[in-house]
Design a protein around this ligand. Structure first.
Ligand SMILES: [Zn+2]
Length: 581
């Protein structure tokens, strides 16, 4: 069974077949038409972008029996031989190989002979930067006085390694790296012709992973076809390439945003257990973050975005809105750094986890409040411990760390209770703190002042419920249905207003932090002390410290008359209003 690899079978045969190098094909076609073909060309560009293919097409264009022509026939003996790389007058040399070196040595003699049957002797020298000094000298002499029947095409990936004397004697073409779209389109054509059915997303992933090299992309497709046959699914791609599904990247980013370290640990664990490539995973996260930046920069419709992003635009857009560019850039920086470090260590997994934790810390820090509510208890990691003292393990009666257990079936189940637990424990533990009592008592006054001076912020904060306060921050809980209010309060300009009034009334410089609280903690269903063995803080109320209410503050008594405030008070302190006078 002989199988010709796709890269060879679908090698471009005409100028118009060449993808992504129109700036070169146009110039070459013009040169042929105007009979101004240079005696030496230098093709420069990264691997797999079509340099050798272009060289062969140019050779055919010059030597085709119907030529010189911009449309070589691809049928005559000469065209066919050149396409196969076996034509006697088109000499392909690989400067990196020993044979190449020998060939260059004899080059000065061989250029003197006229072509056997074609118009020109065409020397295609691949990896030209690998030539020895001796070979360069031999080549240079020939380039200085080229016989009219000789053409040189030098190809290189490393222009800076070529002597200036060589470069200056060639007409230089800079081959572009191919875009993911270029590659994607090509792969799609190949699959159609090969009658290979591919799940959406597969080709886009391959195109992205090829980093601008058509040859790499085609060889990946070869591998996929030989692995999966004529039906290629996303999971085939995952298995073969060791990549992670895009959905998992979305979930990971959500976990990072929410400060859910347990979820992050689980993703790392899964990748490790499934033997997926950690560095490839890092690359995937990096390009995902990059797309989010592009979307935030308003390039939603742009061709800068890969096809898969355009197909899933809504989801990318939604996620992009959760972050800001500063964070995304810092996160990419961190990951690129980690990627570099990974080369020198066997423990890539630890580095991956650490990097993701750092990013989580940045994410929660950048957006302000969340750091202080959900993540802060977890994030300050002991310096050398990659796995955080997970709160998830607290929920686990067996004491084994659930977060890294492979038996863990669902990361959502794992992370959900954490939020609740934090809120509940905050409620419980905070009952005793002095600051909490103090701020609780001043809270109505803080609200009143805000209502008078900053209606908008007041309208937001009043939907929250003061949970606790300490020396650093005031924590206000919002039910799920008030997440809109909560989100707005994460904006620094609104948050600052609240902090300003907290300081004004209490004399304390405290940061506002918000958290999501379970719906059963909402005032509409006042938490009943009997349902919990602890003392919920909402039993604190203005009336429980009568001195407070009668402190003689005009604002306070005024406030108590205000129906809106009554409602607010009702929401914050379920019992206060009932006990009023
Ligand atoms: Zn021909």
């Amino acid at each position: 069974m002989s199988y010709t690899v796709i890269a060879r079978r679908y090698r471009p045969q005409t100028f118009d077949d060449v993808v992504g190098q129109e700036h070169i094909t146009t110039t070459l076609k013009n040169a042929i038409t105007e009979q101004k073909v240079s005696h030496a060309y230098l093709f420069f560009g990264s691997r797999g972008v079509g340099k050798t293919s272009m060289a062969r097409i140019l050779a055919k264009a010059l030597n085709c029996v119907k030529g010189p022509t911009v449309n070589p026939c691809n049928k005559c003996e000469i065209c066919r031989r050149i396409a196969e790389g076996t034509d006697a007058d088109v000499i392909e040399m690989d400067a990196a190989s020993n044979r190449g070196i020998d060939e260059i040595r004899s080059l000065r003699e061989s250029v003197g002979y006229v072509p056997l049957r074609a118009r020109y002797k065409v020397y295609i020298i691949d990896e030209a930067h690998q030539l020895t000094r001796e070979s360069f000298n031999a080549l240079l002499k020939t380039l200085e006085e080229p016989p009219p029947h000789v053409k040189f095409i030098l190809a290189t990936t490393e222009l800076n390694k070529l002597p200036g004397t060589i470069i200056s004697r060639c007409q230089r073409f800079n081959f572009h790296r191919l875009t993911s779209q270029n590659i994607f389109n090509r792969l799609q054509q190949v699959c159609q012709r090969e009658k290979v059915k591919v799940e959406p997303g597969v080709l886009a992933s391959v195109a992205r992973m090829a980093f601008g090299s058509m040859r790499d992309a085609e060889s990946m497709l070869d591998q996929l076809i030989s692995y999966a046959g004529k039906q290629i699914s996303e999971s085939d791609l995952e298995v073969l390439m060791g990549i992670v599904q895009q959905n998992e990247i979305f979930v990971l980013l959500d976990s990072i945003h929410d400060g859910q370290l347990a979820g992050i640990v689980k993703v790392c664990h899964d990748i490790f257990v499934q033997g997926k490539s950690i560095s490839l995973f890092l690359d995937q996260i990096i390009s995902h973050l990059r797309y989010l930046i592009l979307i935030l920069a308003g390039t939603e419709q742009s061709e800068l975005l890969a096809d898969e992003v355009l197909q899933d635009r809504e989801r990318y857009l939604e996620q992009a809105k959760k972050f800001n560019t500063a964070f995304l850039m810092a996160a990419i920086d961190q990951l690129v750094d980690t990627r570099q470090k990974m080369k020198d260590t066997s423990n890539a997994r630890v580095l991956l986890e650490l990097a993701l934790f750092k990013i989580t810390q940045m994410a929660t820090g950048f957006s302000g409040d969340r750091a202080s509510t959900e993540s802060r208890p977890v994030i300050p990691l002991p310096a050398k411990q990659p796995v955080p003292p997970s709160r998830a393990s607290k929920n686990n009666p067996t004491g084994e760390n659930k977060a890294v257990s492979s038996k863990e079936s669902n990361s959502k189940e794992n992370t959900r209770p954490i939020k609740k637990e934090i809120s509940a424990s905050d409620l419980n533990s905070s009952a005793a703190t002095k600051t909490t009592v103090e701020i609780k008592n001043l809270w109505p006054e803080i609200l009143v002042q805000m209502k008078e001076n900053s209606q908008r912020v007041y309208a937001l904060i009043r939907e929250g419920r003061l949970i606790k306060a300490d020396e650093e921050e005031v924590l206000v809980g919002f039910g799920k249905k008030y997440s809109f209010h909560r989100n707005l309060l994460q904006d620094v300009k609104f948050r600052q207003v609240v902090e300003e009034y907290i300081e004004k009334v209490s004399g304390r410089k405290l940061a506002l932090a918000t958290t999501e609280i379970a719906d059963e903690m909402l005032p509409e269903q006042p938490m009943n002390g009997s349902s919990e063995n602890s003392q919920p803080t909402n039993q604190l109320n203005i009336n429980s410290s009568p001195g407070r209410t009668n402190r003689g503050s005009d604002a306070l008594s005024e406030m108590l008359q205000d129906p809106l405030i009554k409602k607010t008070l009702n929401e914050f302190e379920g019992r206060v209003v009932n006990l009023e006078e």
